[in-house]
Write a protein that binds this ligand. Structure first.
Ligand code: BGC
Length: 254
């Protein structure tokens, strides 16, 4: 393995996906593996599947991981689409212990945003860039002139008598059997709400929903630019790897 290659793992509510990533180009340099997230999703059970994935890939070095919660110094501080037992859990320490590989953890949407801002659809884009991941929840990554403001959690904004992700996530579209047009109108309302608050220069749409951009893009009326993620659903894996490598480098110069 070359020094710019590292294993990136993206933990989601339904699947744990991973691949070795070339962090200079964003290319995947191993097969992309996906194992189902264990039902219930408690810390020990998730760590077991995480370890299984690492073993199947045959990886023995540093790992970068995206996780669907507020993450500060490797510790989870929220749990909306995962088991509440994660709140207060040091996810980085748990995965490092279970795999024997030093693991660095970052919010999953922040990870996807890192990949898109450094190498993807928002490369060299100044101003305010917002990546919104459309999946089991709505994740957000906010960048100002290329610098991440971590854990913005804009899927949890109060919206339509609840929170935004309950109204406009992909799991809501599936659960309520909404057509792409109906769901697209809902998602548009959400983007217009973000416009009122932040007037971003660019929206990048990631997560599973980014693969269906052409099915709902005609419903989007925001005056701001909206593009699908270049790396689509792999952005989370790629950004997790980039996070892992940059943390490793930071620690090795200290
Ligand atoms: C979580 C976020 C996460 C998003 C996408 C939300 O429910 O609160 O931390 O980024 O889902 O997975």
């Amino acid at each position: 393995m070359k020094t710019n290659e590292i294993l990136g793992i993206d933990i989601g509510a339904s699947g744990i996906k991973g691949a070795v990533v070339n962090t200079i180009t964003g290319e995947l340099c191993s097969e992309r593996l996906r194992l189902p997230t264990p039902s219930g999703g408690k810390p020990k059970a998730v760590a077991k599947v995480f370890d299984e994935l690492v073993k199947q890939i045959g990886w023995k070095k540093t790992i970068g991981c995206g996780f669907p919660a507020i993450i500060k110094n490797g510790v989870a501080h929220s749990a909306s689409n995962i088991d509440k037992a994660w709140i207060g859990e040091d996810a980085a320490a748990l995965f490092s212990r279970t795999t024997g590989c030093e693991t660095f953890v970052v919010n999953d949407a922040d990870a996807a945003g890192l990949a898109e801002v450094k190498l993807g659809a928002a490369k060299q884009c100044d101003g305010v860039v917002m990546l919104i991941t459309i999946g089991s929840g709505l994740g957000s990554a906010t960048f100002i002139n290329g610098k991440l403001v971590p854990n913005t959690e804009l899927g949890h904004l109060r919206f339509k008598k609840g929170i935004a992700e309950a109204y406009a996530s992909d799991s809501t579209r599936k659960r309520e059997a909404l057509s792409w047009d109906t769901w697209g109108k809902r998602f548009n309302e959400y983007l217009l709400h973000l416009d009122r608050l932040f007037s971003p220069d660019l929206y990048v749409l990631g997560g599973g929903g980014s693969k269906k951009f052409e099915k709902f893009s005609h419903q989007l009326t925001t005056p701001n630019k909206v593009v699908p993620a270049l790396f689509q659903n792999n952005a989370g894996i790629i950004g997790a790897a980039m996070h892992g490598l940059s943390k490793k480098k930071l620690l090795s110069v200290k």
